[in-house]
Design a binder for this molecule. Structure first.
Ligand SMILES: [Fe+2]
Ligand SMILES: [Fe+2]
Length: 197
């Protein structure tokens, strides 16, 4: 019930904050996340909250995102200062944290939403499934996406590692910075151990 109440509120906010194109991405991410959860027998409802919330602030002007994050007590950090659009995940995480209803898995959903772009050494399935759904939903079209979908559908943990590798390769080719959470996610993926950010 708590999930349904929050989902209803998030759908209202999606209508107010997001373009048609982004709404289509959310809806395709819902379908894909649901498909993965069914396939791997994982509870879908907490993932659904993550999917509905993850890009809620993606279309806010970056300067506004940055100001809200700093005003909410997020420490200034050199990575986000260079790429302030990344604040959209953090703000979505802060928004969910303030939700007053009693929600199972809340801290795992917040973690999933906060790091949905960069990756993170997620220990809970929610972060991995959201990361996969965001990257592999059916409107996504880039070289290798079909292979990655197959891998994620076969084994979501391995699929997560593969999508992470694919993203890191892209960041390196583009000469983007690698964030500490991405590096920690990679280190956990290759060692199977928990790496702190
Ligand atoms: Fe996003
Ligand atoms: Fe997204």
């Amino acid at each position: 019930m708590a999930y349904a109440t929050l989902a209803k509120e998030l759908r209202r906010l999606i209508r107010l904050n997001l373009s048609e194109k982004r709404t289509a991405h959310i809806s395709a991410s819902e379908d894909y996340a649901n498909r993965l959860c069914v396939k791997h027998r994982l509870p879908y409802e907490p993932v659904m909250i993550g999917v509905l919330a993850h890009d809620l602030f993606r279309e806010w002007p970056v300067e506004y995102l940055r100001r809200v994050a700093l005003r909410s007590g997020i420490a200034r950090n050199p990575y986000l200062e260079r790429e302030p659009i990344l604040y959209h995940g953090i703000i979505a995480g802060l928004f969910l944290k303030r939700w007053r209803g009693n929600l199972g898995f809340l801290s795992d959903i917040v973690e999933a939403v906060t790091y949905h772009t960069t990756g993170y050494p997620f220990r809970c399935y929610i972060g991995k499934i959201l990361f996969l759904a965001d990257s592999l939903e059916e409107t996504r079209d880039y070289p290798g996406v079909k292979r990655l979908r197959k891998l994620a559908e076969r084994d979501y943990e391995n699929g997560f590692n593969e999508v992470l590798e694919h993203k890191i390769g892209y960041y390196v080719r583009k000469k983007y910075l690698l964030l500490p959470e991405t590096v920690a996610a990679w280190n956990s993926a290759v060692t199977g151990e928990v790496w702190k950010v």
